[in-house]
Design a protein. Structure first.
Length: 624
């Protein structure tokens, strides 16, 4: 049974979701034929596949997958019809107590507490829907395919532990994940993409290429940038800083921590409270409460209500930038004010959701906040969108979609007046339309303080990543009482624009590692050239070549190992170094270098000065 859905949500289930939901039932049927004592909890379709949670004494491992898949193919070949059956609450409970609900029809005496619990969660008066295929019957809202014959192109992917309804007190279950597609070709293409994704996994490549490190002694989700990774990051920062200078941004620096009242005013506390690190009370407060024997609950309640003052690791940079804006008297002649910062922020992510550099607890945003008059909003948004497009185009990420994230009028999670929201949403909609960008609108995906434009990038193996974002905000200027003096000598409220073309540098670099498979374009590569002398006899000449390249601004290293040159070349290619310069007797005599590229054949010998001119031009142009 999948999680309970409204009738409308059931009708909106896509054909692919319906197929995968049906295939989950085929898998359950197959497992029950092999292990009849299995007790199934629920099995919904999920992104890229499906899963089913169940209780079984036998511990399923990937070694069992082939046996289960063979039985699934038999079930599919039997062309069993998926039949919807509506039963009374009494019938449902009787079937659950007999073990036949979530089991095979002939099973008796194996009551399912999972199904009894799920039945109790169905409101009184609501019909109880089941789906039956062959001998398998389960509580299910549906919908399903017509028959099991549609579910023959499936593959089991992994097995893990889970807890019923996420509750650790209710015992551990097994969860088998699988995927399914309408055709064999689509399934094989998907599996090939997954294999390609394994090869490109930034966690694996980051370790092999010495780009970053995560250490338990430092903390989960906190990235240690190693020298090579830091070089990549610095190149990206220098690249976008040059673009910001062209657009008149001013760089600022702000602390990693701020007073709780700052975030109470902004709304980040408590709106983002669940995803923030706990508040840090002032030392005097802690000492006073300790003397009084106060409990932890009293301390937490006091921080949440504002009785005690405290600090917060900043979850956002915007309140700090707002205070910089508010620190000076502003005239309409001063606007727009564009403040930019590579600002590190902190979010409390669940440990199970952390993933290398792409899901972390501390990350640096290429953040900026623009304060402008209402008349300047359209031009400033277009400038922000143009900057995001420049970033993506420069890195060869030209396949992307644009998503306009709007508020849900029925939700209470948003701050500010409906009138301000309407103005902000209209401003973003007009900007994307004027630039000729195709876009979709997503209700309920806005930030709590304003709507936003998200750029969703498709990488080289077809995965979608949400990267750059632009947001229009009429609410934070209102909450902080920001002002400027207009041409009429009256005070007015500025409009605030939030924008981050990279988004998070950690996430962006993780994506780039996978996008390029660690083979960064030369301008971005931490090591651009490696000099490979054939033997120690040519070390002096190799040092001279290395020094000349370094003087030209090329990031170059010299391989001083005594290995044979073939081994040196293989190592340089494994390290994804764009160019290798081999130096032997002939090259020394002719005053040339033998050039090799990591992905190409031998490029032949050429004068060193010619090579330096070529690579410097490639770097300057940021060629891909």
């Amino acid at each position: 049974m999948s999680e309970r859905k409204t009738i409308e949500e059931r009708q909106q289930m896509s054909d692919l979701e319906r197929l995968r939901h049906s295939t989950a039932h085929v898998m359950a049927t197959a497992i029950l034929r092999i292990w009849p004592d299995a007790q199934f909890a629920y099995g919904p379709p999920v992104e890229n596949g499906f899963y089913y949670d169940f209780d079984l004494d036998h511990r399923i491992t990937p070694d069992d997958f082939e046996k289960i898949e063979a039985e699934m193919r038999k079930v599919a070949k039997e062309n069993q019809r998926f039949e919807r059956v509506v039963i009374s609450r009494e019938e449902a409970k009787a079937l659950a107590e007999s073990g036949r609900l979530g089991g095979l029809s002939e099973r008796e005496g194996n009551p399912s507490q999972f199904k009894l619990d799920l039945i109790d969660k169905i409101p009184e008066g609501e019909e109880i829907s089941c789906f039956k295929n062959g001998d398998f019957l389960d509580l299910c809202a549906g919908p399903h395919m017509g028959s099991t014959s549609k579910c023959k192109h499936a593959k089991l992917m992994s097995v893990s532990s889970s807890f019923y309804m996420g509750d650790e007190s209710k015992g551990q279950l097994q969860r088998v994940y699988g995927t399914a597609f309408p055709t064999k070709d689509e399934l094989m293409s998907h599996l090939e993409r997954l294999e390609e994704a394994k090869k490109r996994d930034h966690r694996k490549l980051g370790r092999e290429l010495q780009l970053f490190h995560i250490d338990e002694a430092v903390g989960q989700g906190l990235i240690l940038w190693k020298p090579k990774g830091a070089l990549v990051r610095r190149q990206l920062q220098d690249f976008i800083t040059a673009e910001l200078d062209k657009q008149g941004y001013s760089q600022v620096f702000t602390p990693h921590i701020g007073k709780l009242d700052l975030y109470r005013t902004s709304g980040h506390y408590p709106y983002y409270q669940d995803s923030q690190y706990p508040a840090i009370p002032e030392r005097d407060t802690l000492e006073k409460l300790a003397d009084e024997g106060a409990s932890c609950d009293q301390l937490i309640n006091g921080l949440e209500t504002g009785t005690f003052e405290g600090y917060l690791l900043k979850p956002m940079n915007c309140p700090h930038h707002i205070k910089i804006y508010a620190s000076e008297h502003r005239s309409y002649r001063d606007l727009p004010v564009r403040l930019a910062e590579f600002g590190t922020v902190y979010r409390w992510e669940q440990s199970g959701e952390l993933s290398g550099m792409t899901r972390v607890r501390g990350f640096t945003q290429d953040d900026a906040h623009l304060f402008c008059t209402p008349d300047q909003v359209a031009a400033e948004i277009q400038g922000c969108l143009g900057l995001v497009k420049t970033v993506l185009t420069s890195l060869g990420m030209e396949e992307y979609s644009v998503r306009l994230s709007l508020r849900d009028p029925d939700s209470d999670k948003y701050v500010g007046s409906p009138e301000n929201w309407d103005k902000a949403e209209d401003a973003l909609r007009e900007a994307v339309q004027e630039l000729g960008l195709e876009y979709t609108e997503e209700l309920g995906e806005a930030a709590f303080y304003g709507p936003k434009i998200d750029f969703v990038v498709k990488d080289v193996i077809g995965r979608d990543w949400q990267l750059g974002t632009v947001q229009v905000d009429y609410n934070l200027p209102e909450r902080f009482g920001l002002e400027y003096v207009g041409s009429d000598n009256a005070t007015h409220r500025p409009v605030m624009i939030h924008r981050a073309p990279f988004g998070s540098l950690e996430r962006f670099v993780g994506l780039l590692i996978e996008h390029f498979e660690g083979k960064f374009p030369t301008w971005l590569a931490p090591e651009q050239v490696r000099v490979l002398p054939i033997s120690d006899k040519f070390l002096v000449e190799a040092e001279e070549v290395t020094a000349k390249l370094a003087d030209a601004g090329v990031r170059v290293t010299l391989d001083r190992n005594s290995d044979k040159v073939g081994a040196k070349i293989r190592l340089a290619r494994l390290d994804r170094v764009p160019y290798m310069l081999v130096l032997g007797a002939r090259e020394v005599e002719e005053g040339t270098v033998s050039v090799r590229h990591r992905d190409k054949d031998d490029l032949g010998s050429q004068p060193l000065d010619d090579f330096i001119g070529t690579i410097c031009e490639e770097i300057a142009n940021r060629s891909l």
